[in-house]
Design a protein around this ligand. Structure first.
Ligand code: NIG
Ligand code: FE
Length: 420
C-alpha cells in the first residue's frame, strides 16, 4: 500500500471540494466542505486523500515513513490563488500619496505622466536582474501570506520589446520560484506618451499580439477598458485579435466609470471581468448569462479611498461567479496580502467568510484556468496546502493586520513555516 510522505491532521479542514468542473455561484459559494478533525495525506507533489483523521488512519495512508504535522486548533486550507496582479515591475510610487490625499483623481495623475506611466519609466529603465530581484521579494511576501498560484500581467513596458521582455521575465520567475505563475499580456494597460490611442492600438494588434502568440508568452490577454484609456470599441479590436490568436480573455472593466466593460467582457466570451466597481445592472446580468467570472479587488477600492466597492451581493444574487484578488501593483493596490483581501471582502463586499474563501481559492483557480489542479483539497490535486494559526473560519477575516499563515505546503513540500 502506498504511504503518505506527509500527513496534516486534527485540524479544521476546508476542502472546497466539488467545484472543480464549474466555478461556484450563488448558494454554492457557501459550501466550503468543512471537516472538523480533518486530515490531508500527501504523496510527492499531490494529495492522496482527504477526510476525517479517523478515516485516513483507518485506510492506512499514514505509515512509519510519514511525516506528521498536528494542526489541532488550526485551520487547513487550499493555497490561495491570486488571479489578478501586476506584480512584475521596478520602483514604487509613494511620491503620489500626497497628491492622492489632496484629492487628485487616479486618471489625472496618469494624464500628468505619473501613475502607470511613472512605473513604465522605472521598469523600462531597470535591468532584467533588478526587476526580477524586486519581484522575487513580492512573491516571497505573497508566499508567506499563503498565495501559492498567481496571475501576473505585463503592461509596464508599452513597446514591443519591453512588453515581450516582461513576459519573458515572468516565465523565468515561474521556472525558478516556488509559486506557479500564470502570464497575461496587457500591452493595453496605458497609452505611452506621444502616441494616440489609435496608433498604439495598431501596434498592440499588429505587432505585439502576434509575437506574444507566436512565442507562447501568455495565456490571457487583458485590456484596461476605461474612458481616457482604451474605449470599448478599441478594447473590442484588441480582444478580437487576441481571441483569433488563441489567447483567453480578461477585461479591466468599469473600474473608475461605467463604460460598458462588463457587457464587453460578456460579449467577447471573456473568462473574467475584473474590478467592476461601477458595473451596471445590465452589465451584471450579462456576466451572469455568459458565466463570466467577476474578479473583485476590494484592496484597490480601499486604497483608492472613495468609499466605492463592487456590488458583490447583487452579482452573487444574479448568479455571477465571484473571485477575489489583490491587484498587487505600485499604484492602485500596493499590497501582496490575500488575507487582507478576505477581510475587506467580508467587511465591504459583505461576503460571508465561506463565500470569500471560495472566491479566493477554487473560483480564483477557475479565473486562471487552473481549477483542475489547484484551488481545493481533493485526492489527485496538487498538494498546495496552508495551515493557519486561527481557530475557525470566521476568525480569518475577523482578525486583520498580521499574517495568520503558519505553514505553506507547495507541491507537497514545506515552502514556508513561521518559526515562532
Ligand atoms: O488594476 N487599472 C489599471 N491597472 C491597475 C493599476 C496599475 C497601476 O496603477 O500601476 C489596476 O488598478
Ligand atoms: Fe489591475
Amino acid at each position: 500500500m502506498v504511504q503518505a510522505d506527509l500527513l496534516i491532521h486534527s485540524g479544521t479542514v476546508a476542502t472546497l471540494a466539488g467545484h472543480s468542473a464549474q466555478p461556484a455561484r450563488g448558494r454554492e459559494m457557501s459550501s466550503v466542505g468543512l471537516i472538523e478533525g480533518g486530515a490531508v495525506a500527501v504523496r510527492g507533489e499531490n494529495i492522496l486523500a482527504v477526510g476525517t483523521e479517523a478515516e485516513i488512519r483507518r485506510a492506512g495512508w499514514a505509515g512509519r515513513e510519514t511525516r506528521e504535522i498536528d494542526a489541532r486548533g488550526k485551520l487547513v486550507l487550499p493555497g490561495f490563488v491570486d488571479p489578478h496582479t501586476h506584480v512584475l515591475y521596478a520602483g514604487s510610487r509613494e511620491n503620489e500619496l500626497a497628491m492622492k490625499l489632496a484629492g487628485t483623481p487616479y486618471l489625472d495623475i496618469l494624464r500628468q505622466g505619473g501613475g502607470i506611466l511613472a512605473t513604465v519609466r522605472s521598469t523600462t529603465q531597470a535591468k532584467d536582474e533588478e526587476i526580477k530581484a524586486q519581484t522575487r521579494k513580492r512573491l516571497a511576501e505573497m508566499l508567506r501570506q499563503g498565495t501559492t498560484t498567481l496571475e501576473i500581467k505585463s503592461g509596464y513596458g508599452l513597446s514591443v520589446t519591453e512588453e515581450l521582455r516582461e513576459l519573458r521575465l515572468i516565465k523565468e520567475l515561474d521556472g525558478e520560484g516556488v509559486q506557479d505563475l500564470v502570464p497575461t499580456f496587457m500591452g493595453a494597460h496605458a497609452i505611452p506618451a506621444g502616441r494616440s490611442e489609435e496608433e498604439y492600438t495598431d501596434l498592440v494588434v499588429g505587432e505585439m499580439l502576434p509575437r506574444v502568440a507566436r512565442e507562447s508568452l501568455a495565456e490571457y490577454c487583458d485590456v484596461f477598458c476605461e474612458r481616457g484609456v482604451f474605449s470599448p470599441e478599441t478594447s473590442l479590436k484588441i480582444l478580437h485579435k487576441a481571441r483569433e490568436l488563441g489567447l483567453k480573455l480578461k477585461v479591466h472593466a468599469d473600474e473608475l466609470e461605467s463604460s460598458g466593460g462588463a457587457e464587453l467582457a460578456a460579449q467577447v466570451g471573456a473568462v473574467s471581468a475584473e474590478h467592476l466597481l461601477r458595473a451596471t445592472e445590465a452589465g451584471i446580468r450579462a456576466l451572469a448569462a455568459q458565466n463570466v467570472i467577476a474578479v473583485l479587488l476590494p484592496a484597490t477600492s480601499f486604497n483608492l479611498a472613495q468609499n466605492l466597492y463592487a456590488r458583490a451581493k447583487a452579482m452573487l444574487e444574479a448568479g455571477v461567479p465571484l473571485a477575489l484578488a489583490t491587484d498587487a501593483n505600485p499604484g492602485s493596490s500596493p499590497t501582496e496580502s490575500m488575507p487582507l483581501v478576505l477581510t475587506l471582502a467580508c467587511l465591504y463586499l459583505k461576503l460571508s467568510p465561506e463565500e470569500a474563501l471560495t472566491a479566493a481559492t477554487i473560483n480564483a483557480a477557475h479565473a486562471v484556468g487552473r481549477a483542475g489542479v489547484v484551488g481545493s483539497l481533493e485526492a489527485g490535486k496538487r498538494a498546495d496546502i496552508l495551515i493557519l494559526d486561527v481557530p475557525n473560519l470566521d476568525y480569518l477575516p475577523y482578525h486583520f493586520g498580521s499574517n495568520p499563515v503558519e505553514t505553506v505546503v507547495k507541491r507537497g513540500r514545506i515552502a514556508w513555516r513561521d518559526q515562532l
